[in-house]
Design a protein around this ligand. Structure first.
Ligand code: DGY
Length: 332
């Protein structure tokens, strides 16, 4: 029996591609070309599965043009690049890579928040420019992190892991806003308090965004929300571009409405709003929150496990470990 064909849409660890070859005819992308939509559709012809990353948009048009597709396995916890209802309607299994990146992403989110508050990159640039000629009492003065109020918007697994770092490691007071409140048993060890969004904005010294991107979370932080934040507060986004209105943020930073921002994700990335590039009080990183070697490997392995299982191979045949549309199983 011939093996099913799959597309690995971006360059990925060779050992993961080799594992996929044990089960499938694999078209991989070692040159890491970013496919346009027509190129993606062309590459997906005759493929039963796709190993994707956040840079491939799998929408209704792509699905309609690739009727043989049975599984889309995203190497990311976020799946806003995949039209999940359209996949479900066509019986295409969709998967993501939750859990394996939680702690690494939380480490990075916390580091980015600290770098933002304590002006690490701004002061490093000053030193490298040779401008450091003497100590001064107010040089790169900024807010404390320890003991401050940590506000978390989106209290899923990564939000909770950031809250743990803040509460247990840095004695921070934790407030959060989420659609659903955590059970008391999860709030208590962190001393975490659910608040409405307006209170979160008003009380947080350091606001960290960790919510998924969707039509509802688009521009969840815009000019009106920034205007409600404490003067002197910081904003950190390790979730998705588009949750923050980047133009409004640049204006708020320029006006000194808030002290600083740390951004790992951007609207329209890899483009970055030019106004943000000009500002000294923004720490900018290129969507690397999950980029530890162990975690990126674990994400790739999990995406491969999902693809192998979704296409009926391996020990979990038919039951991918992180299936986003389990209703398809019930329908079989
Ligand atoms: C994720 O897993 O969603 C990260 O943002 C990497 O894309």
């Amino acid at each position: 029996m011939s093996k099913p064909s799959v597309l690995v849409a971006r360059a990925v660890f060779p050992e993961v591609v080799a594992r996929l070859r044990e089960h499938f005819e694999v078209e991989d992308n070692p040159t890491d070309t970013i496919y346009s939509k027509p190129q993606l559709i062309e590459r997906l012809q005759g493929k039963a599965g796709a190993f994707t990353t956040g840079s491939e948009r799998i929408d209704a048009e792509v699905l309609a043009a690739c009727p043989q597709l049975r599984a889309v396995c995203n190497m990311a916890v976020g799946f806003n690049n995949v039209d999940l209802p359209a996949c479900t309607a066509r019986g295409v299994m969709a998967t993501n890579t939750p859990d394996v990146l939680t702690e690494t992403t939380a480490d990075f989110g916390f580091a980015l928040m600290m770098a933002t508050a304590r002006r690490i990159t701004e002061s490093e640039r000053f030193l490298r420019r040779g401008e450091w000629t003497r100590w001064a009492y107010d040089m790169f003065i900024g807010p404390d992190v320890h003991g401050a109020t940590l506000g978390i918007l989106g209290m899923g697994r990564i939000g909770q892991a950031i809250a743990r770092r803040g509460a247990l490691g840095f004695g921070m007071k934790v407030i959060y806003h989420n659609r659903s409140r955590l059970p008391a048993g999860q709030e208590a060890p962190l001393g975490a308090r659910w608040v409405d969004k307006a209170t979160l904005l008003r009380e947080a010294d350091h606001l960290v965004l960790v919510l998924p991107y969707s039509a509802e979370s688009h521009h969840a932080i815009g000019a009106a929300e920034l205007a409600q934040m404490k003067p002197g507060a910081t904003l950190t986004n390790v979730a998705r571009g588009g949750i923050v209105d980047d133009a409004a943020l640049a204006q708020a930073l320029r006006d000194g409405r808030i002290a600083a921002a740390g951004l790992d994700v951007f609207e329209g990335e890899p483009s970055v709003h030019p106004a943000l590039l000009e500002l000294p009080n923004v720490v900018l990183t290129p969507h690397i929150a999950s980029a530890s070697l162990a975690t990126r490997r674990a994400m790739a392995e999990l995406a491969a496990d999902n693809l192998i299982a979704a296409l009926g191979c391996g020990p979990r045949a038919g039951r991918p470990p992180s299936l986003l549309n389990p209703e398809l199983l019930a329908a079989r």
